[in-house]
Design a protein around this ligand. Structure first.
Ligand SMILES: Cc1ncc(COP(=O)(O)O)c(C=O)c1O
Length: 333
């Protein structure tokens, strides 16, 4: 069909229109596809462009800890100062507004939120989102809302886009991707939604960096958005089953404590009882169980005492991994 040439820096008009329709029906966000949406190279591309656009040298950006490791690097890359705000297991890994208020200074420009969360699996509650909105308005902050796992949620959890809350559209940079919902990680396609002034700057930067995401990926993304949703639902059910296996398997291992993840495909067990650092415990599992998990500290210093396990692999392999973890943990007693 000839989609082999350059596209607009903000992506094909058809792509932005399909995205705007999806945002309206699924995220309750009313956006102008011409000025408030742009196609990006995955959510990573959108996050980097957002940081480079809003950060002046020395600006402080609040990032969740434990949180997705790239936020820190992206803030540093843009000349900013990443300031972690702590997410506590006791709060079900929901941000504590008081904790956040305490780290806000005159240099704080923005905060990053991520729901559903990698690595904790927490889905931010409506109440917390409202508190975040109030805080952002009161302290004049931009919020970068990473919604990569918006569709992967369980039980009665409900995903709400921060930008859909009153007064938040113009101060939120909402970031979405096709990577997780459609298992299209390698296609490198996502999108950012924000105020016209921000999207226009991000679009200029995209020209200098990559021009635009691949035209073929934009077309594939339109097919994903406009095609039948049954494949997504089937995969979400499959993740729910893997989550059930994970919860059941880990519950049978004494010493390991965890909160049920409500979204994404990660579980973040507390392993502090074993008297090893997260890194040591991870290495122990690697050497003894031949199972790879990620130390909580890979997600910031407040991840100490935890490990992150991904359950995005097949049920059979998960069961095998759980058995091996159980055997290795038994040896520690
Ligand atoms: C929270 C979060 N944000 C963003 C990304 C990046 O995804 P992509 O660039 O493939 O859209 C990931 C990938 O694991 C993630 O976990």
């Amino acid at each position: 069909k000839g989609y082999t040439h350059y596209t607009s820096n903000k992506g094909l008009a058809e792509f932005r229109e399909a995205v705007a329709q999806k945002l309206k029906s699924e995220n309750h966000m009313d956006v102008d596809p011409e000025t408030e949406v742009m196609a990006t190279v995955g959510s990573m591309g959108a996050l980097s462009l957002a940081m480079l656009t809003i950060i002046d040298p020395g600006d402080e950006i609040l990032i969740p800890s434990p949180g997705y490791a790239n936020y820190r690097s992206q803030v540093l890359m843009a000349g900013g100062k990443p300031v972690p705000y702590r997410l506590k297991e006791d709060d079900a890994f929901q941000p504590d507004i008081e904790e956040i208020s305490n780290v806000i200074t005159g240099r704080t420009k923005a905060m990053v939120i991520n729901s559903p969360s990698n690595p904790t699996g927490a889905v931010l509650s409506n109440d917390v989102l409202k508190e975040i909105a109030d805080l952002a308005i009161e302290r004049n902050l931009i919020v970068i809302s990473d919604e990569a796992y918006e569709r992967i949620i369980y039980e009665n959890a409900h995903h709400v886009s921060l930008a859909s809350l009153p007064g938040m559209m113009h101060r939120t940079i909402s970031i979405f991707t096709f990577s997780k919902t459609y298992a299209m990680t390698g296609w490198r396609i996502g999108y950012a939604v924000a105020d016209e002034a921000i999207i226009s700057e991000m679009t200029k930067l995209q020209e200098h960096l990559v021009a635009h995401p691949s035209s073929i990926s934009q077309i594939a993304a339109i097919a994903a958005l406009t095609g039948p949703d049954c494949y997504v639902k089937r995969m979400i059910n499959e993740y729910a089953e893997r989550r059930r296996i994970m919860i059941q398997g880990l519950s049978n291992i004494s010493g390991i404590r965890f909160l049920k993840p409500m979204g994404a495909f990660y579980i973040f067990p507390n392993v502090s009882i074993f008297q090893m650092s997260s890194r040591e415990f991870t290495m122990y599992l690697l050497e003894n169980a031949r199972v790879i998990v990620v130390p909580g500290t890979a997600f910031g210093r407040f991840g100490e005492g935890y490990i992150r396990i991904s359950y995005s692999i097949s049920r059979e392999r998960l069961k095998e991994a759980l058995e091996r973890i159980a055997e290795s943990v038994e040896k520690l007693k």
